[in-house]
Design a protein around this ligand. Structure first.
Ligand code: ADP
Ligand code: MG
Length: 439
């Protein structure tokens, strides 16, 4: 039946923001790290656009550039046709977790969003109350953040962003700190408001590493590659809202995007198959490594599996599974190609044996494929007491890596080295040694 009051879903309108040839690097100990290279995108009124990429691909950096919080090294951002210089009025941001003021009530926290705008107190209050009402926090005006759940606090964050009446809402992984159910409720509430044209915004740009979330929410998905970040695919999502995650079309799209991202991934991994001493290493737990090998080895996969399928059955997200698969490829337990993972003979041997054989096999592969592991072992062997402090290796790594990357890399190799029993490491004294190592 025709309802003259029913607001329609926002119509796709004119271009409101564009990113042109944006490059951004960060200087590090040696040279610069190019994080974004030639990033281009446009945002039109009436659409929700997703920026999807792996952790570290430069999503937050790009969003911060669009928010005017940091500058691109080259290229520019046009907002309503004009080059951006600094944060623009009309662009609001929602973060993964909000720094709410603990000593202020919900109402006061939301009003704080308006302080910089010079809004008279009465109007400030009225607008804050309206935003609180809109986002489903009615009745919580006088509560303090500590009295609220994570989901409620995130709603306060949304209200604080919406109260300024932004044209564009930027969101950086806004649901990723919430538990599954709370996240889904908040997503659905937000989509309902958007589709009923109740939100005072013209477009939304959401950053996520979660493929399902992107397909669930967005009209268009831009996939960002890693190292350096560049838009490598643009996907239009045609499904009407509300969307059903179990719908075959929905599943197919998730799988397709997954495959594209792993195809690119295998290329990266192949290139990185030969690590160097100063290569940055990502933490991969040996439990996850063994778990993935065992899963792929067993029925129904029998050594060859579709990564998206495995991810779903193990309740992994992209970010959880990629580094593990990549690591298996690096050490030679598996090959990853176009969304498939296939165990090598070494991977099969690993799966078929017990702990001791596994450790020996892993030790052998680790020393061959991870130069840092071999380096530590060699230094320990050469030293009279067969001991060396952590700082000895950290300094060596700092020729290539930042302080925190060097620490992460050492932590990763310590974890693997312990499992493989190629060296010992004492957390208290921060010493490597060959004590208790039989070789
Ligand atoms: P994402 O949000 O996709 O996880 P980020 O944009 O946060 O990625 O980071 C991309 C890369 O840029 C990472 O390697 C990160 O370490 C680096 N990076 C981000 N901000 C800085 C900074 N201020 N200084 C140096 N490196 C940075
Ligand atoms: Mg980020």
């Amino acid at each position: 039946m025709y309802n003259p009051n029913a607001a329609a879903k926002p119509m796709l309108g004119p271009e409101i923001l564009s990113v042109k040839n944006v490059q951004r690097g960060f200087s590090k100990a040696q040279g610069t790290l190019l994080v974004l290279d030639d990033a281009n995108l446009t945002l039109r009124e009436g659409e929700i656009v997703g920026l999807l990429g792996r952790s570290g691909s430069g999503k937050s950096t790009l969003l911060r550039i669009i928010a005017g919080l940091i500058q691109p090294t080259s290229g520019e951002v046009l907002y309503q046709g004009k080059p951006l210089d600094g944060p623009a009025q009309g662009v609001a941001m929602v973060f993964q977790t909000f720094a709410l003021f603990p000593w202020l009530t919900v109402l006061e926290n939301v009003e704080a969003g308006l302080e910089a705008l010079d809004v008279p107190p009465r109007e400030r209050r009225a607008r804050a109350l309206a935003a609180i009402d809109l986002i489903g926090l009615d009745g919580f005006e006088n509560a303090y953040p500590r009295e609220m759940s994570g989901g409620m606090r995130q709603r306060v964050g949304f209200a604080r962003a919406l109260v300024v009446d932004p044209n564009i809402l930027l969101m950086d992984e806004p649901f990723s700190a919430l538990d599954v159910l709370t996240a889904e409720t908040l997503r659905t509430d937000l989509l309902d408001l958007w589709n009923d044209s109740k939100l005072p915004i013209k477009s939304v740009l959401i950053v996520t590493h979660n493929i399902e979330e992107a397909v669930f929410m967005c009209d268009r998905i831009l996939v960002l590659s890693s190292n350096p970040g560049r838009i490598m695919a643009e996907i239009t999502v045609p499904f009407p809202h509300p969307r059903n995650r179990l719908d075959p079309g929905f599943r197919q799209m998730v799988d397709d995007i997954y495959t594209r991202m792993t195809a690119r991934q295998s290329f990266d991994a192949a290139r990185r198959a030969t690590l160097e001493l100063g290569s940055r290493l990502a933490q991969v737990s040996t439990n996850l490594m063994a778990g993935l090998i065992e899963t792929v080895a067993s029925a129904p996969y029998n050594g060859n599996a579709d990564l998206p399928e495995i991810a779903r059955s193990l309740h992994f997200e992209v970010d959880d599974l990629f580094p593990v698969a990549e690591f298996l490829q690096t050490v030679g337990f598996a090959e990853v190609r176009e969304g498939d993972i296939k165990l090598t003979p070494a991977g099969r041997v690993f799966a078929e044996h017990g702990t001791q054989e596994r450790k020996m096999l892993f030790a052998d592969l680790l020393l061959r494929s991870v130069p840092l592991a071999a380096r530590i072992k060699q230094v320990l062997n050469e030293r009279p007491g067969r001991r060396a402090p952590r700082v000895r290796f950290k300094q060596e790594l700092e020729d290539f890596l930042s302080d925190s990357a060097a620490d992460d890399t050492l932590d990763a190799v310590i974890n693997w080295g312990r499992y493989a029993e190629i060296f010992s490491y004492d957390d208290q004294t921060e010493m490597f040694s060959l004590d208790d190592i039989v070789s």
